[in-house]
Design a protein around this ligand. Sequence first.
Ligand SMILES: *Cc1c(COP(=O)(O)O)cnc(C)c1O
Length: 390
Amino acid sequence: MTSHIMPTYARQSVTFERGEGVWLWDTDGRRYLDAVAGIAVCNLGHAHPAVHEALCKQSKTLLHTSNLYGVALQAQLADRLIELSGMDNVFFGNSGAEANEAALKIARKYGHQQGIEEPVVLTMEKSFHGRTMATLSATGNPKIKQGFLPLLAGFTHVPYNDIPAIEAAIAADPNIVAILVEPVQGEGGVNIPADDYLNKIRALCDQHNLLMMLDEIQTGAGRTGQFLAFQHNNLLPDVCTMAKALGNGVPIGACLARGKAAEVLTAGNHGSTFGGNPLACSAALAVLQTLTNSDLITTAHSKGQKICQLFSETLAGNPHVINIRHKGLMIGIELDKACGALVGQALEKGVLINVTADNTIRLLPPLIIDDTQIATLTELLSALIQEFSR
Ligand SMILES: *Cc1c(COP(=O)(O)O)cnc(C)c1O
């Protein structure tokens, strides 16, 4: 079935045909509760009517004209993103990696503007920023780099959630021009930093004239209980990247910039044929409208709390469960051993989950998940975890 597809993924042996809300149906008609949401993409659930209608309407009107001309929906989407984020302007691409590429180009040119010929971007260990050459160079995971040397120069990595390590790196290298960091590390294991981590990074960036660049590709669009995770911290970054849930499944990426960072890239500096095309922008506008005209963002926190509370109760006393944590509906259940096998076992029981950093169950359910579905998810998965760690 997948024999002519390059084997870059270890896929589960299931193919989905149809979705609705938190549910997916496979080609045999079997139903699954989706607690992965296409890796934090389908925040509104599958086949959301607002997205469906926007796509139908736009596909009857205009799909693409390129960025050689004005694109009305792109301008509208930028206006809306600026209102919701407090940033100043946006570059649109088609994926998370592309959004981060734009951010990294801003950082480098910003460095050159200050006479730094070999600008360095500080990023974190265990981070994930994408699979293109620049973004895998930025990524703090040796496995992702293996086989792809030489990497791009100009990256330094320090441990996550470690402010003294950032201070030491800045003191040691005058070429550092920017800090790129995830508000919560997703692929790295749902690592949630200290509450004031981002505030301290903001202060260091101000003090040393560095760009504060947040990778909100996984945390953005309501996932953590704010539209963007930095809004928990009452601050503004200089650059912020989004993708995943912005189009609820339609590919779109965005690099938002503010202040001096918003003025770095000029005509001819960067581009994308598809970036911000009418079809993708119509989907993203429908997503933003749905998110902001509902309580989905504000309830993400209480739903995540509820899920973690239920797991804490059912898994209480299980010595193999090290930690249960969440920021909104980004949930991690860390075990004391590798637990990748749970993914297939959960699939058998009709639940889609993800395991990251070898030993952490990562749940990214759609924000529309309700109490009954939360009960189903936690009951089924708790039983599996109990069985697995026996
Ligand atoms: C998924 C992800 C990316 C990469 O996005 P793609 O759309 O796969 O290129 C980058 N950063 C973070 C934090 C992500 O979760």
